[in-house]
Ligand binder design. Sequence first.
Ligand SMILES: Nc1ncnc2c1ncn2[C@@H]1O[C@H](COP(=O)(O)OP(=O)(O)OP(=O)(O)O)[C@@H](O)[C@H]1O
Length: 298
Amino acid sequence: MKHAIELEHVTKQYREKKAVDDMTLYIEQGSIVALLGPNGAGKSTTVNMVLGLTSPTAGTVRLMGGSPRDRAVRNRIGAMLQEVSVIDSLKVEETINLFRSYYTNPLSTGELLRISGLEDERGKYATSLSGGQMRRLGFALAMAGDPELIFLDEPTVGMDVTSRQLFWRTIRSFAGSGRTIILTTHYLEEADSIADRVVVVNQGKIIADGTLDEIKESAGNRHVSFTAGSNVKTHQLLDLPGVADVQWAGHRVKVYGSDTDGLLYALIRSDLDIHDIETHKGGLEDAFQSLVGSPEAV
Ligand SMILES: Nc1ncnc2c1ncn2[C@@H]1O[C@H](COP(=O)(O)OP(=O)(O)OP(=O)(O)O)[C@@H](O)[C@H]1O
């Protein structure tokens, strides 16, 4: 399968700070990739290099097989960045049409207004939009050229629930047509529901890369929990096949192991005095906590 993005040994050094540190990353066409990491991890710097907005200090970046600064390449991509700059004197529809004029095969104005949910705001000055509406305008502008690849940098910040739902519905149908989506977000449940690959960045380096299940698995949070009778002892649990760790909180016990089905069988066959059994696969949030530290840091 072809790569939409290729980063090879890419480093970005600011004066004292190495924002991206020898990063190699290939993103296949048609994939939905979430770039996650705590504040200052290097996500935006990476995206900015891929977009040709800043140059790497070392290494090579290829976008759709060419240079990010190549006009023909830029014609095939769209980006929804955190800041949307609009022209004071232009209304929403005029702003959309201005962006459409930059591209060879733009989507229609009506389609862009529809997918961004801005039909009622089409006649308003862009500068008068609310924060959430401005994000939606940013989305319409990113989609203006009917891109093969779209970058979404924390796309749903400030959007209300209805706007978020419309946004992710649109992105899903967009992805279904074989296009590539790269998103950064701090909302892990959003990454969880849309991405087929998660790349976790910390201190300029990739610290985890895989499908959501692989990332969750690698974090080792799978466990079976239950309430134990007072005669159940830790060593009895540790002796069962597949048990990696045992943690107690009062009478509630968590038994960790990568094969939760196997743990369940072993516990039931053990005849130990246990009840209220639950299995836990571990969420993306748990995995994150293990990978980068505290959940607030994500
Ligand atoms: N223009 C710049 N000059 C100097 N340092 C910079 C510059 N841009 C980013 N940095 C530093 O590089 C590091 C990576 O920043 P970056 O914006 O890529 O992180 P991020 O993962 O996108 O963070 P956030 O989640 O907060 O948006 C940070 O320490 C930041 O302070």
